[in-house]
Design a protein around this ligand. Structure first.
Ligand code: CAA
Length: 408
């Protein structure tokens, strides 16, 4: 390993309500197996009008800082990655800066590149630390998004919402990243996008999947070279997860790159090798993605949380790979090592309690929430209690063009 910089603290925060995939399938007249097995999703988190990228990001950041004993004055850079920002000009990050009580001597900005924004923030933070500019301070990088495709669309079962906060530091407690094995990839493609006038994203059918897999090959090659036998030496392979089945397609592509040929089910031995490798390296860490849905730029890091909460002790000292993809498109493939101390912190990053407290929405309630969210920016006074919310930070509406937030 050629670096001692990496992820020192990690936490998730998301909406208080969810939709069960079997309920959605019933309402849309679709075989539930398509959502459960075909896409691999069990539930999707749904944000109410009072839960937005600012409130989710702040909550995740508070959990990461409090859970890992990090004081506001230790943070010298704050980056929020989001593709669902709340303003064309003002960054979500500057709201967080105030809400978290961070020091004024802090570099604060927002990054947008579809699901790649937080990964760009992570590598930028590593560079900031490695350059010596951090002067012993840490960086806070938060991924926060609401994935919406619209009622009745093909993308509907792959929605979700949530935020993941990471503190990036020298000598990290959780995961050290190898700065010499980080590979990048960029290509202009119209696979998935959301024009300024639309609350909903557009995706060009199966084309985003093709672009994702091309980018995986390109970024991996830039990180570790062509082909090679990397997988058998890794403890886990994590991917950007727009829906769980995508991680299988990604793992298949990685193995094809290693073997230098395409794989199909007819090729019994090779297919068994692929499914065994997937069961060992990827599938055990997709539980949170299946429960929460696509959270765009935080999706990869949701898998990392799942891995660390379950296997930080058994995989201590092992190397893992992480692939981040943002439509449009940009990607990064990186190699990291799970630190010995990670096992001590697994309770601090486990969101099991939050998830158990969520409320199941009926499909009528879900559709109503989506409709109300459409108008949330033009409403002067929202009431969190109306959505069963209490005790958190909530968005209360926009007055005189100024967004209002309050601790409930
Ligand atoms: N039982 C079991 N499986 C079934 C089934 C059934 N009854 N019916 C269908 N399936 C399977 C299909 O065979 C298919 O599996 P394979 O891909 O392994 O063949 C799977 O279920 C999905 O079926 P379709 O491809 O027919 O589904 P669709 O066309 O209706 O929609 C989608 C799929 C294109 C992903 C759509 O959900 C979508 O547009 N999602 C949003 C875009 C997206 O997430 N793209 C992913 C890459 S882009 C990215 O990564 C950035 C990002 O975060 C958005």
């Amino acid at each position: 390993m050629n670096s001692t910089v990496g992820i020192d603290a990690l936490a998730f925060a998301g909406p208080a309500a969810f939709v069960e995939m079997t309920d959605l399938a019933g309402a849309r007249g679709v075989d539930p197996a398509k959502y459960l097995k075909g896409l691999g999703q069990r539930r999707m988190a749904i944000a109410s009008p009072c839960e937005d990228p600012v409130t989710m990001a702040t909550e995740a950041a508070r959990r990461a800082m409090q859970g890992f004993g990090i004081e506001p004055e230790e943070i010298g850079t704050l980056i929020v990655g989001t593709e669902t920002g709340v303003d064309h000009s003002k960054p979500v990050a500057v709201y967080l800066h105030e809400l978290l009580g961070l020091d004024r001597r802090c570099r604060t900005f927002e990054t947008k590149h579809a699901c790649y924004g937080a990964s760009a923030g992570l590598t930028a933070s590593m560079d900031w630390i490695a350059s010596g500019r951090a002067r012993g301070r840490k960086a806070l990088v938060v991924a926060s998004d609401i994935a919406r495709y619209g009622v009745g669309t093909a993308g509907e079962p792959t929605q979700g919402a949530g935020a993941v906060a990471m503190v990036v530091a020298d000598k990290p407690r959780l995961l050290a990243l190898d700065s010499t094995r980080i590979g990048d990839y960029t290509r202009q493609v119209m696979d998935f996008w959301r024009p300024l006038y639309s609350k909903y994203a557009f995706a060009d059918g199966q084309y985003p999947i093709e672009c994702y897999l091309d980018a995986l090959r390109g970024a991996r090659e830039d990180a570790v070279g062509e082909g090679g036998a990397l997988l058998e030496n890794l403890g886990a392979c994590l991917y950007h997860v727009p829906f769980v089945k995508m991680a299988f397609k990604a793992h298949q592509r990685e193995m094809e790159v290693e073997l230098g040929r395409s794989l199909s089910k007819d090729d019994n031995d090779a297919w068994r090798r692929l499914t065994d490798s997937y069961q060992r390296l990827t599938s055990p860490w997709l539980g949170l993605n299946a429960e929460i849905g696509n959270i765009y730029t935080g999706s990869l890091f949701l898998s990392l949380i799942d891995l660390l909460r379950q296997a930080a002790a058994t995989l201590s000292g092992h190397e893992i790979s992480m692939f981040s993809y943002g439509s449009g498109c940009g990607a990064t493939y990186s190699i990291g090592r799970i630190e010995e101390s990670a096992a001590e912190w697994r309770h601090a990053l486990d969101p099991a309690e939050q998830l158990a407290a969520r409320r199941r929405l009926t499909i009528a309630e879900y559709e109503d929430l989506i409709e109300q969210s459409e108008r949330a920016d033009t409403v002067e006074r929202l009431d969190p209690a109306q959505y069963g919310l209490a005790g958190g930070l909530y968005y209360l509406g926009t007055r005189d063009h100024v967004r209002q937030y309050a601790q409930g």
